[in-house]
Design a protein around this ligand. Sequence first.
Ligand code: ADP
Length: 249
Amino acid sequence: TKSDEIVLKTVGLTKEFGTFCAVKDVNLQVRKGDIHALIGPNGAGKTTCFHLITKFLSPTHGKILFKDQDITHKRAPEVARQGLVRSFQISAVFPEMSVQENVRIAVQRRREPLKHSFRSDLSLSTLNERCDELLEEVGLTGFENSKAGGLSYGRKRALELATTLALQPELLLLDEPLAGLGQEDIHRVAGLIRKAAIGRTVLMVEHNLSVVATLCDRITVLARGEILSEGDYKHVSSDPRVVEAYIGG
Ligand code: ADP
């Protein structure tokens, strides 16, 4: 049974670019423990919404609440310490370094839950242990000494996920985690997301609807900057407004 606790909430979230309104009065509620997807046709405002929540952009109006705290005017590093962590871009994986070194760096930047500050005073054995756990979690055991830059695209995603999980997110934000992957990697990475969501909440922007259908507990459909429909996949995919938006899109 899922909790009804809301971990992330936006209230009247609005972003204008000049006279153009990309996100309009969005009231989003993400339940604790859910894998929640933000979908919608091109130009719907998904990326803008995601950037607002991850603090890459500031809203024109509205509020963002994380665990009941107003984070609207906080910066990305501060909210990351509170547990709202965005997956790194692939480019943030250091390609010349080994898989192990990449994960180590991330573990050393982990948040310190009690002090809400980053620390790097782990003993070497704890550090190695934590790295091994993360690599196992994302299926990269055996690739410790491989150069990150030489990994397949799917394994780079896995490494990216490991470095993100190293920061101990409560709410993990993923921006199109399946984009650019082949069929086999799609299934592998979707499996990793499902595993990563155990004990955490995931909010993702994703285009791959068939994966969203099987992976996500709840889906918010955006169109023209506004919430068009919300619910489980069955609900939103049978909503005539959603069908229209995608076809008319
Ligand atoms: P999606 O991710 O759903 O495809 P976006 O959030 O990227 O949609 O974009 C929503 C709308 O906002 C689009 O019409 C886009 O052109 C516009 N937009 C996005 N970013 C900017 C910007 N920095 N300046 C002006 N318009 C923007």
